[in-house]
Design a protein around this ligand. Sequence first.
Ligand SMILES: *[C@@H]1O[C@H](CO)[C@@H](O)[C@H](O)[C@H]1NC(C)=O
Ligand SMILES: *[C@@H]1O[C@H](CO)[C@@H](O)[C@H](O)[C@H]1NC(C)=O
Ligand SMILES: *[C@@H]1O[C@H](CO)[C@@H](O)[C@H](O)[C@H]1NC(C)=O
Ligand SMILES: *[C@@H]1O[C@H](CO)[C@@H](O)[C@H](O)[C@H]1NC(C)=O
Ligand SMILES: *[C@@H]1O[C@H](CO)[C@@H](O)[C@H](O)[C@H]1NC(C)=O
Ligand SMILES: *[C@@H]1O[C@H](CO)[C@@H](O)[C@H](O)[C@H]1NC(C)=O
Ligand SMILES: *[C@@H]1O[C@H](CO)[C@@H](O)[C@H](O)[C@H]1NC(C)=O
Ligand SMILES: *[C@@H]1O[C@H](CO)[C@@H](O)[C@H](O)[C@H]1NC(C)=O
Ligand SMILES: *[C@@H]1O[C@H](CO)[C@@H](O)[C@H](O)[C@H]1NC(C)=O
Ligand SMILES: *[C@@H]1O[C@H](CO)[C@@H](O)[C@H](O)[C@H]1NC(C)=O
Length: 501
Amino acid sequence: MDSVPFPIRTLISSHFTNLSQKSQITMESFLQPRKSHIIGIIATILILGSVGIRVAECRAARRLASIDYPAISCRKHSAVLTDFGGVGDGKTSNTKAFQSAISNLSQYASDGGGQLIVPSGKWLTGSFNLTSHFTLFLHKDAVLLGSQDESEWPLLPVLPSYGRGRDAPNGRFSSLIFGTNLTDVIVTGNNGTIDGQGSSWWDKFHKDQLNVTRPYLVEIMYSDQIQISNITLINSPSWVVHPIYSSNVIINGLTILAPVDSPNTDGINPDSCTNVRIEDCYIVSGDDCIAVKSGWDEYGIKFGMPTQHLVIRRITCISPDSATIALGSEMSGGINDVRAEDITAINTESGVRIKTAVGRGAYVKDIFVRRMTLNTMKYVFWMTGSYGSHPGPGFDPKALPNITGINYRDVTANNVTYSARLDGIEGNPFTGICISNVTITLTENPKKLQWNCTNVEGVTSNVTPQPCDLLPLKEKIDCPFPDDKLPIENVQFKTCSSSNF
Ligand SMILES: *[C@@H]1O[C@H](CO)[C@@H](O)[C@H](O)[C@H]1NC(C)=O
Ligand SMILES: *[C@@H]1O[C@H](CO)[C@@H](O)[C@H](O)[C@H]1NC(C)=O
Ligand SMILES: *[C@@H]1O[C@H](CO)[C@@H](O)[C@H](O)[C@H]1NC(C)=O
Ligand SMILES: *[C@@H]1O[C@H](CO)[C@@H](O)[C@H](O)[C@H]1NC(C)=O
Ligand SMILES: *[C@@H]1O[C@H](CO)[C@@H](O)[C@H](O)[C@H]1NC(C)=O
Ligand SMILES: *[C@@H]1O[C@H](CO)[C@@H](O)[C@H](O)[C@H]1NC(C)=O
Ligand SMILES: *[C@@H]1O[C@H](CO)[C@@H](O)[C@H](O)[C@H]1NC(C)=O
Ligand SMILES: *[C@@H]1O[C@H](CO)[C@@H](O)[C@H](O)[C@H]1NC(C)=O
Ligand SMILES: *[C@@H]1O[C@H](CO)[C@@H](O)[C@H](O)[C@H]1NC(C)=O
Ligand SMILES: *[C@@H]1O[C@H](CO)[C@@H](O)[C@H](O)[C@H]1NC(C)=O
């Protein structure tokens, strides 16, 4: 392919990128202007002759190299970033190429949808917006590099359920990959990479030089039918994947990596979302591997949008200073019906942790966790009712969170410092805690007070070491885990095709 002249390469690319359906530039329209000139015709015939052979070769090569990938929807139209002036040299900005490619493909929203392939290469870019009925596909050797130039990151207003930015009160930078008010949007690949190049942002954070909140790597808001899968996301400036005010979200096959001392690099943060499935992800991060959220104090209470019907399974987490899965601390729209299973954590501060505070209001209830395998943990169980961290002085001290129906079963943990630190709110205990079939092996020099419980109520069964008096041991209780499936668990993937550039 390298010897084919540029316009013809573009033509071939456009023509054969999409193996199933028509492309945008046809052979006919490309040749049309030359027809009136005899020389043109001869040239055309000559070109066609050689192209014909190459097309045949390419077609065969492409067919062989085309890869199948699982997705909630396949797309009729397909294009490659280079069709829109993309340059994969790691230096040229591709922000405009992404924007014009996606804007071009958005015209197919009601005609089978569009797919944008990012081929092998290093693609420097600022923030760009996704569109509906659209797939962004990253080739395995494609690396998106987040721009270091702040002007490449447009500003957005603060999130209504937060009332302010988390780093600074004013606006926030748009995420590298951003989408709002969309239906049916996919970010996938055969393990291509998105590198946020976050270190300059982490420096600014540490030096207190931010007056706008840092960008995330992927944020999709007010959207329905979202898939984010089979890619590697590294060095995010802050949170990594943030679906918010959305429904029917599938996140799977992600590798998320950030230095364990990088600030606020939470892996996946489902926030005020309904029907979410997160599975088969490997996360190493400087903050919670998964943080389930729903808005902050008076702003979250007013917005009133919970996160609910969330399944998390087959996750591996490494996060020495944070939780495997955190519920909160921002939970002011409520969190309910969370099902987490087959969770592995290594060298992580805690398992499934609840973080809340007076002023948050709302609730965390009907939480079900089973089959956790943990190794080298500070805490197996940790709940905190005094997390603090308010958006401002305007929070309502009477807005007490209701934490109830929290169930853990079938847990094995090794090399543990503290079995549990369960700290409810005085006068507003955390209730309905159930912990069963748990075997904890302690570190060489374990702490004396293994179960430190205040303001909590519940039961335990078949748990070692012996729990606190507030969670008395009962005979033969299996803490509940729902038998039914959530609708999002029944969503099947189709097999789609992408040529493998
Ligand atoms: C964008 O779409 C139009 C069809 O509406 C097509 O003619 C045009 O060539 C496309 N642009 C590029 C750069 O492919
Ligand atoms: C991306 O979406 C945001 C929010 O709707 C909007 O403010 C911004 O202008 C969009 N950017 C582009 C390049 O369209
Ligand atoms: C996106 O959806 C939200 C919630 O429905 C709505 O308030 C907002 O106006 C919409 N934004 C756009 C740009 O359509
Ligand atoms: C994807 O890439 C990451 C980073 O290179 C690697 O650790 C991971 O094993 C890869 N995943 C798959 C499924 O190949
Ligand atoms: C903070 O914002 C002001 C304007 O709003 C700007 O002039 C200044 O450069 C910003 N400071 C930093 C450190 O970004
Ligand atoms: C995506 O990841 C899943 C497992 O998470 C795997 O079964 C599937 O083959 C992967 N697909 C591609 C195209 O890499
Ligand atoms: C056990 O945990 C301690 C920290 O408490 C750690 O330093 C040590 O390496 C761990 N040992 C093993 C065998 O993982
Ligand atoms: C907390 O929620 C539970 C379950 O919804 C309910 O029974 C209980 O009354 C609530 N407690 C408070 C203090 O509101
Ligand atoms: C107890 O939990 C372990 C995993 O930690 C599991 O293998 C075992 O089957 C569970 N026992 C019961 C009775 O459920
Ligand atoms: C027990 O927990 C309380 C509240 O979280 C804390 O203040 C106290 O220091 C803990 N005690 C020990 C001995 O760890």
